[in-house]
Design a protein around this ligand. Structure first.
Ligand code: SF4
Length: 112
């Protein structure tokens, strides 16, 4: 028997973001290839840091300093209000999603 902590799987990440969109009434990026890239990023970050650090930003590596970029991050709602989707384009509003548009690059609201 080992005491090593087990990492998350890709299925865990898919389940997690599915729970988030259901709870928040958000939609996922409709671009399947880009969505898959974001899922991989969340998976790598979780297994590296132990929390869902944003897949589109560099993490410091400790929860306290990365609190604002733990997914869904604190910039998600204001970005959705202004652009219809978060910085990574992972989570979109229902209106944006139904418009048929694809999330695009937006400025990072985080101040470094
Ligand atoms: S920008 Fe999107 S994917 Fe990145 S942490 Fe915020 S909500 Fe998550």
């Amino acid at each position: 028997m080992t005491s090593e902590k087990k990492g998350k799987t890709r299925e865990d990440i898919v389940r997690f973001i599915g729970m988030v969109v259901q709870k928040q009434n958000w939609r996922l990026n409709p671009d399947a290839e880009f969505l898959s890239y974001l899922i991989d990023g969340l998976l790598i970050n979780y297994n590296r840091y132990g929390y869902f650090s944003c897949p589109c930003r560099d993490a410091v590596g400790n929860r306290e300093n990365d609190e604002d970029i733990i997914c869904p991050c604190k910039y998600c709602r204001p970005d959705q209000e202004q652009y219809g989707h978060c910085f990574c384009g992972l989570y979109a509003t229902p209106d944006f999603f139904e418009s048929g548009r694809i999330p695009k690059s937006i400025p990072d609201r985080k101040i470094y």
